[in-house]
Design a protein around this ligand. Structure first.
Ligand code: SF4
Ligand code: F3S
Ligand code: FES
Length: 243
């Protein structure tokens, strides 16, 4: 007889809910999403879980496994050998049903970020070093696990003050493009709230794409804001030149 694993899955909606226990036969290489599919097929056909690629590419299956933000399709049951596996929806976003959350706030944030404004018409040449710098940010699959773990956004009031790590990457992608002509520094200092980040690096730790969010995006963006608004020499020069 195959080994069984106990899953506790949060069931409910915006009015409330609780975890429900299920037993799932464990097979070699099984991921948490496989176990949830087993539950859907055998015990709870109405269990809501969002997924698409089952290959860690689409970013749809973000949830919390034993308290950690994870992609359900990339998280192996073997990582929790002998433990009960508790699966809950991402806490930062409002729950719709069971493990499915409403992440639409992120798309509202995205709309506030000015796109790339090339200073010369395409096609143009780029140095390899400049291409490499932004390439890391292109790996983002918009799973929003970094948004889920960021303590500023977990406090829902924080969502009015900070765009969150995913969108610091988005802004860095444009800001570090050598031919971009837009000025996003006032946005960063105000609505995007880069200074709300206190560099805990929890976002970097949970990113399934291993993007160095804090070191390579957030800290350089904080420096741009500091240069613009807090560097006394630059402030004096601006006053003298009026620029
Ligand atoms: Fe997900 Fe990483 Fe992109 Fe954040 S930066 S949304 S954790 S892939
Ligand atoms: Fe949040 Fe990451 Fe900063 S977790 S506080 S954005 S370092
Ligand atoms: Fe696509 Fe998990 S189902 S990332």
């Amino acid at each position: 007889m195959s080994e069984e694993v106990t899953l506790k899955v949060w069931r409910g909606d915006k009015s409330g809910g609780d975890t429900v226990e299920y037993q799932v036969p464990k097979e070699t290489g099984m991921v948490v999403l496989d176990a949830l599919h087993y539950i859907q097929h055998n015990d709870a056909p109405d269990l809501a879980v969002r997924w698409n690629c089952k290959a860690a590419h689409c970013g749809s299956c973000g949830a919390e496994v034993n308290g950690q933000p994870k992609l359900l399709c990339k998280t192996r049951l073997d990582d929790y050998d002998g433990q009960t596996v508790e699966v809950r929806p991402m806490q930062t976003f409002p729950v719709i049903k069971d493990l499915v959350t409403d992440v639409s706030w992120n798309y509202e944030v995205a709309r506030q970020i000015p796109m790339l404004e090339p200073t010369v018409p395409a096609p143009f040449d780029m140095q390899q070093i400049d291409a490499d710098r932004v390439q890391e940010f292109h790996r983002c699959i918009e799973c929003f696990l970094c948004q889920d773990t960021c303590h500023v956004l977990r406090n829902h009031e924080g969502q009015k003050q900070y765009f969150g790590p995913r969108f610091m990457i988005k802004i860095a992608e444009f800001e570090m493009h050598p031919l971009d002509g837009a000025d996003r520094v006032p946005l960063l200092a105000n609505q995007a709230g880069v200074n709300m980040c206190n560099v805990t690096k929890c976002c970097t730790e949970v990113c399934p794409q291993h993007i160095r969010i804090t070191d390579n995006a957030i800290i350089p963006l904080k420096e741009r804001v500091a240069d613009r608004y807090y560097d006394p020499v630059k402030i004096l020069l601006r006053r003298l030149t009026g620029k």
